[in-house]
Every structure is written in structure tokens, then in C-alpha cells.
Design a protein around this ligand. Structure first.
Ligand code: GLA
Length: 363
């Protein structure tokens, strides 16, 4: 008997998440924020192989973002794209697939959960091949027109596939991620910048608008928005995008620590972006702490509460708040225990702070 129990326990551990507080009813964040904004999380592919994380997602969230699986490297079929160019001689050819995102998209569709698409253009997680003739890095870079053609086919192909297989599931997209440089606060000198030129962000939004189903919300997404220099660069870009009318909102990543950034700076940044009249979302919220102690978890909870109180002030403009991951051990910052649930899927003080941000501590 003992042996069977040990085996069961080991299997649970392998599955990655044991609901120690089994049976305990906890509030659902999507219900807590109903009528204000969506509450969601980023989820990695492995979360869809685990019953407990699947239950957690279905109970807690009404919007999900694939942590990686809709990034360019994951949706572009590199072998087929290369083959297509070879066969047709058309440098703009692109082949896309949804194989990596399928578990999340199927789950969302089955549970009536909305999906936020992340991300069409990013200087990271996009192979250099994408910018070269024949998808061969040693070949010359494409020229501007070829690259815009490839971008158009990529966006059009992806939107078409999603509409065919998951109509209405993806409600919004990060069109471009992290285009503003931390040092210069101007556009980052990425491959996109090098090949297409200064207006590549505008062109990406134009194409996303052209091919995304009507009503899809299009966002620019970035980090360190609270820091005044970066904020200035971001605001300038947002104003340029607004002038062309293809952007709907701004995504604040918010990968925070307890003291950084300070709430004063963050409040100023949210106020400044909100003043542009754009929709807002907190796209990647997490708060790192040094130790997994009750003391640190209370400080972490306070930061979560402060962020929620701030976003509640802008509830009319805010579409969603999403945490970047499900449980501490699944986070890309797992060494900083940054999320709402511990490795056993138990709610942490930070969870209770999100449920009740107005409480004065003791979460
Ligand atoms: C950025 C990206 C996310 C994720 C995190 C962590 O914030 O937008 O997709 O990759 O970095 O690596």
C-alpha cells in the first residue's frame, strides 16, 4: 500500500503540480474582475499536459497568451518556406503552421477562453533566415519591397489559418514587441529596422489591420515603460502609430520586483499612455522576490495589490491584466518566485492581494 502511495506521489510530482489544498474553494480571478477587464495568464505548451494546471486555467482565467508558441520561430515553417521560394522563385513566399500553439488554441476553444496573440514581430525569437534571400543566412538580405512582401504573406497566412481553424478565438495581437531601445530610446537597430527601414512598425500595423479579422485589437507591447526616457520613446512611437489609425492599444509588460519600478513612476507611465486615449493591457505581470518566505511573499503581494489598484483606476480603458505564467516553478523567473500560485498550485499571498487589493496587508 505504502509503495502504491509513494508511486502515486512520485507521479504527481512528475506531473509538476499537486493541489495540496485539494478541495479548498478559492475565488476565480476572472469572476473577481468581471465587468472591469479580462484576467488571464501566459501558458507554456507543457501546461496542457497537466490536469491540475488545466483545471487552474479553466477556473481562473478568461484570456490566455501562448508563452512562446505564436512567436515567429514557432509559427514559420522554415523548411517549407525555403522550399516554396526554391520552387517558385518568389522571395516573398512564407509557409506557416499552428502545431506548437495547437494545445492552447484547442483548450481555449473548448473552454470559451479568449486568446491574446503574442507576437507577430520581435527582434528576438525570429531566425535570421527570415531576412535573407531563399531563407539562407549566407545569401544577401532581402530588399525592402521583398521583405514587406514576405511580412505580408506571413501575417496573411497566419490570420487565415487561425480563422479557418479557430474562428473568433484570438481576439487581440501584440503586433510588435520591444521596438524601443533601452539606451537611445529610439527605434532599436534590429534586422527589421535594417531591412525595411524606419517605418517598419507602421507597416506591420498596417498589414495586421488589413488581415486580422474585424474587431481584433492590435497592440504595441514593451517593457520598462515606467522609466522616463524609455517612456518618452514609447510615447513617440505610439503617437506615430495613432496618426495612421491602425493601433488600438499599448501592452505594459510589467516584469517587476518589489521595489522596482517605484509605484510613482509606474503611475506616471500608465497615466501618460492612457492620456493618448489608447486601450491598455498589462500583458506580462510578475513580481520577483529574493526568497520564498512569508515576509517576502507579503511584500510581493503588496506590489501586486498596488498594480491592481492602479489598473482599476483605468478600468474603463483596460482590456486585460495577464500574469506571465501559471505557477512559480513554471515561470521563466522561477528563481524569483514571481507568480500567484506556488509549484503545488496553491494560491500565494499575491493571489489574495489580487482578489482583494484594498486590504491593508495580511493577504
Ligand atoms: C519578453 C517577451 C515574452 C517572454 C519574456 C521572457 O517579455 O515579450 O514573450 O519571452 O520576455 O523571456
Amino acid at each position: 500500500m505504502k509503495r502504491i502511495f509513494a508511486l502515486f506521489f512520485a507521479l504527481c510530482l512528475l506531473a509538476g503540480c499537486i493541489q495540496i489544498a485539494a478541495g479548498e474553494e478559492i475565488p476565480s480571478l476572472k469572476d473577481v474582475y468581471a465587468g472591469k477587464f479580462d484576467f488571464g495568464a501566459a501558458a507554456p505548451r507543457k501546461a496542457f499536459q497537466n490536469m491540475q494546471t488545466m483545471e487552474l486555467m479553466a477556473e481562473q482565467f478568461n484570456i490566455l497568451t501562448p508563452e512562446n508558441e505564436l512567436k515567429p520561430n514557432f509559427v514559420i515553417d522554415w523548411v517549407k518556406s525555403k522550399k516554396k521560394v526554391l520552387e517558385t522563385g518568389d522571395q516573398t513566399a512564407v509557409a506557416v503552421h499552428l502545431d506548437s500553439a495547437k494545445p492552447l488554441l484547442d483548450f481555449a476553444k473548448a473552454h470559451g477562453i479568449r486568446v491574446h496573440g503574442h507576437v507577430l514581430l520581435w527582434h528576438i525569437e525570429t531566425k535570421d533566415e527570415f531576412f535573407h534571400e531563399g531563407y539562407v543566412v549566407s545569401a544577401p538580405l532581402l530588399d525592402r519591397e521583398q521583405m514587406l512582401g514576405r511580412l505580408e504573406n506571413y501575417i496573411a497566412g497566419l490570420m487565415e489559418l487561425l480563422e479557418q481553424q479557430y474562428p473568433g478565438v484570438v481576439v487581440s495581437w501584440d503586433v510588435v514587441n520591444e521596438a524601443i531601445d533601452d539606451g537611445s530610446h529610439a527605434l532599436r537597430k534590429s534586422k527589421w529596422y535594417e531591412v525595411v527601414g524606419e517605418d517598419y512598425v507602421e507597416r506591420a500595423f498596417e498589414l495586421a489591420r488589413k488581415y486580422a479579422p474585424e474587431g481584433t485589437l492590435l497592440y504595441y507591447n514593451d517593457y520598462n515603460t515606467a522609466y522616463p526616457g524609455k517612456l518618452k520613446g514609447i510615447l513617440q512611437l505610439l503617437e506615430k502609430l495613432q496618426a495612421e489609425g491602425n493601433i488600438d492599444g499599448y501592452g505594459f509588460q510589467m516584469h517587476h520586483r518589489v521595489r522596482e519600478p517605484g509605484m510613482g513612476m509606474l503611475t506616471n507611465a500608465v497615466k501618460a499612455v492612457a492620456a493618448l486615449g489608447l486601450k491598455l493591457r498589462v500583458s506580462e505581470l510578475d513580481v520577483g522576490v529574493s526568497k520564498n518566505t512569508e515576509e517576502d511573499f507579503q511584500k510581493q503581494a503588496k506590489k501586486y495589490a498596488d498594480v491592481m489598484k492602479l489598473m482599476l483606476e483605468y478600468a474603463d480603458q483596460t482590456e486585460a491584466v495577464e500574469v506571465w505564467g501559471l505557477t512559480d516553478n513554471m515561470s521563466y523567473r522561477s528563481y524569483e518566485y514571481p507568480l500567484l500560485f506556488d509549484a503545488s498550485c496553491n494560491p500565494k499571498p499575491a493571489f489574495w492581494a489580487v482578489v482583494n487589493p484594498d486590504a491593508e496587508g495580511g493577504w
